[in-house]
Ligand binder design. Structure first.
Ligand code: SAM
Length: 285
């Protein structure tokens, strides 16, 4: 019978966030797979643990992954840890979990610190629906075209970003989403110098012109307003729908049938469309 892969989150800056279950899971695993064994050894020392470790990171995951899977298939259990946060979120843990799924190896996630969730929850922006965008592409052209694809995104968007790229990214945000769009910039979450900045995109650009960005950031950007939410767009839709009703009536359809068909096709309220058609007919007559 195969062993189990445990996904064990680690603090994103505050050792007080280690839970009993995280510690017990690491203690109970046959071995740990760590992103950087030097970082993990400090955590183990803090917990008074000594464990056999293998390294598993971006540059060796194609060979280290299958080697870990072989050990799991042979019945060993492994706790996967990264330098900070929840494994498999914007790191190669994702590939190891997929590999385990392919081999029917059980995977158990221990819940815990995650920069994305921490930032979203404190952002002050809508959280009911959101999209996690992780890191943007490195290449400027690809980054911009990815952002262009998010232009109409109505859900709150969460990005990870490195400090040296922050200013360029904010400028791209302004170009794509507009200067007035709200953003929450969460810096150094759970650390001594934690900072939550809630502002518009143009204010963020101005702020970081003055204060060079340092530390780790999660950017949470407000989604686009729903098109139908703006009164101007609703009015325009209704007017276009009333024109279509008039065309159909001129072509021989009854007003009632035309209103019913057009309101369904255009996604406008039947009563509102009927009222507008009657008003316009009255004005014309
Ligand atoms: N798996 C991790 C998680 O659960 O959050 C994320 C790993 S990703 C390689 C690292 C990125 O997470 C950083 O570049 C930064 O955007 C974000 N991050 C991690 N710790 C953070 C912190 N304390 N404050 C703000 N952002 C943080």
């Amino acid at each position: 019978m195969s062993g189990k892969l445990y996904l064990v989150p680690t603090p994103i800056g505050n050792l007080g966030d280690i839970s009993r279950r995280m510690a017990d899971t690491m203690a109970g695993a046959d071995f740990l797979a760590a992103e950087d064994t030097r970082v993990t050894v400090k955590l183990l020392n803090h917990l008074g643990l000594k464990k056999p470790m293998v390294s598993y990171h971006r540059h060796n995951c194609s060979t280290a992954g299958p080697a870990i899977v072989d050990r799991l298939l042979a019945g060993e259990s492994c706790a996967l840890v990264t330098d900070a946060g929840t494994p498999a979120i914007s790191d190669p843990g994702e590939d190891l979990v997929a590999l385990c799924a392919q081999h029917d190896i059980p995977v158990e996630a221990v819940p815990g610190p995650c920069a994305l969730i921490c930032a979203l929850s404190v952002s002050g922006l809508p959280t009911a629906r959101f999209t996690f965008e992780g890191f943007l592409p490195q290449n400027k052209k690809n980054r911009r075209s990815h952002l262009d694809s998010l232009k109409g995104e109505q859900r709150t968007m969460v990005f990870y970003e490195a400090p040296h790229k922050l200013e360029d990214t904010l400028e791209d945000f302004v170009a794509v989403f507009g200067a007035e769009r709200r953003i929450a910039l969460c810096r150094e979450l759970t650390k001594l110098h934690e900072q939550i900045l809630r502002m518009t995109l143009d204010e963020a650009v101005a702020y970081f012109d003055e204060t060079p960005p340092r530390g780790e950031f999660v950017l949470t950007v407000e989604g686009a307003p729903a098109a139908a939410d703006t009164p101007e767009t609703e009015d325009a839709c209704l007017t276009a729908a009333a024109d279509e009703v008039r065309r159909r009536v001129a072509a021989g359809e009854t007003q009632k049938d035309a209103v019913k068909a057009v309101s369904a096709a255009a996604g406008v309220k039947k009563n509102a469309l009927y009222r507008l058609v009657l008003e316009q007919d009255g004005a014309d007559g």
